[in-house]
Write a protein that binds this ligand. Structure first.
Ligand SMILES: Cc1ncc(COP(=O)(O)O)c(C=O)c1O
Length: 425
């Protein structure tokens, strides 16, 4: 192969100067020019360090939302920053017509985790978000039945309270009317059972159904932990009826619940599992991992995405996994997560507004009587960021690098915020 002459090496340059704005100006621009689908609070984050987010005015907030479970390594992790700086100098993107240096090795690493957890060989498809992972999973499951097994079984069972993303199949899989209203017609073939209720799922099965799509711990739905034995029974049900068990680990995956995959705590092996959020450390990356021969349903040309598996995203994923392994972050998450849950129980059990305290690893929720949005706002005023899940759950998904001291600080501020809002009303 002939190598063509390189251009001149570019001299280092200063960044192109861009207009800078105040927080009020940014909020006004957003109000005028962004579609109004987000309700952004008037805070502009410009920097961060570990579990701390830093605003334009220089305020430091303890970030127990972590970009909704994305920033597993916190903000500006020095090893991730160094890797991304190097990668942006080398190569950001090339197409899937060729290989880059990082996609296949990242697939090897993730499939290695799948095999460690299940004993089964696997293959990976890379995309850019959780919803794209859901889409790829539905397409893979349908194509597997139609083309590999030779009998179309397009029906997909999901469960109420689920969240799988906002694209059409993902939104249809998301069995919550508030995400679907006004967007009909939905994608055909979806039917909905109840999380944790095997009989409700069994009742939906006929020979047109080919897959069950489900989160191991429901995140957006309210940090709902499955009842003991539910997933073992579900695996058995799927096996009896020839259904693919497809686990959405977009939020729970990559150690968040104290094991690399949340399904490891259920003692089962899925046919397909998909990840996103924490995989790129903030760079958009999604991955669908499927056992063979299910993965082979995506034959050449059957599915694709332009940005999927690009060099920057794959370098991010490899670096995140390397940091996880070096710093034993999954074990750390199990240990600190148990501490956080215990502290939440100590602070909230028995309060007149507390309905439940629950969680796995560093994915915790406090269900309350009252408006959780008001508590989240009050916590923010006290320097703590967290999010709302479901209708009544205060959700904590801190970076996996947090310490017990960070947890103490967060629980104290959250309790003070909840008392101020919920005891006053
Ligand atoms: C379990 C789960 N699946 C899918 C998604 C959708 O991911 P994305 O917003 O990256 O499309 C989310 C997002 O919160 C999620 O929590």
């Amino acid at each position: 192969m002939e190598t063509l002459a390189n251009g001149q090496a570019a001299a280092p340059r200063a960044a192109i100067a861009l207009a800078s704005h105040t927080t009020a100006e940014i909020a006004a621009l957003a109000e005028r020019f962004l579609t109004p689908n987000y309700r952004n609070a008037p805070i502009v984050f410009v920097d961060g360090e570990g579990p701390w987010g830093v605003t334009l005015e220089g305020h430091r907030l303890l970030d127990f939302s972590a970009g909704v479970a994305v920033n597993g390594l916190g903000h500006n992790h020095p090893d991730l920053v160094a890797a991304l700086q190097e990668q942006t100098r080398q190569l950001i993107h090339q197409s899937n017509y060729w290989h880059n240096a990082h996609a296949a090795p990242l697939a090897e690493a993730l499939c290695g985790e799948f095999t460690r957890a299940t004993g089964l060989p696997a293959r990976a498809f890379f995309c850019n978000s959780g919803a794209e992972g859901t889409e790829a999973t539905v397409k893979m499951a349908r194509r597997y039945h139609a083309k590999v097994l030779g009998k179309p079984r397009p029906g997909v069972i999901t469960v109420h309270g689920s969240f799988h993303g906002r694209t059409y199949a993902a939104m249809t899989a998301t069995a919550q009317p508030k995400y679907q209203e006004g967007f009909e017609p939905l994608v055909p073939g979806f039917r909905y059972g109840q999380f944790g209720d095997l009989a409700s799922i069994a009742a939906l099965i006929d020979d047109t159904v080919g897959a069950v799509l489900i989160e191991v711990v429901q995140g957006e739905g309210g940090v709902s932990v499955p009842p003991p034995g539910f997933f073992k029974d579900l695996r058995k049900l799927c096996d009896e009826h020839g259904l693919l068990l497809c686990l959405d680990e977009v939020q729970t995956g990559l150690g968040r619940t104290g094991t690399f995959f949340a399904f490891e705590q259920e003692g089962i092996a899925p046919d397909i599992v998909w990840l996103a959020k924490a995989l790129g450390g903030g760079i958009p990356v999604g991955a669908v991992l499927a056992r063979e021969p299910v993965a082979n349903a995506l034959v050449a040309g059957s599915h694709a995405t332009t940005f999927g598996a690009n060099a920057l995203a794959m370098r991010a994923g490899r670096t995140v996994l390397a940091i996880f392994a070096r710093d034993k972050l999954v074990a750390h998450t199990a240990e600190v997560g148990a501490y956080l849950l215990a502290q939440l129980h100590a602070a909230f059990d028995g309060q007149p507004y507390t309905l439940d305290v629950r969680g796995r690893g560093l994915m915790c929720g406090v269900a309350i009587k009252g408006d959780p949005k008001l508590v989240v706002e009050a916590a923010r005023d006290r320097g703590l960021l967290l999010s709302v899940a479901g209708t009544n759950v205060l959700r904590l998904t801190p970076p996996l690098i947090v310490t017990r001291e960070h947890c103490d600080l967060a629980v104290a501020q959250l309790r003070a915020a909840a008392d101020a809002v919920l005891l006053a009303s």
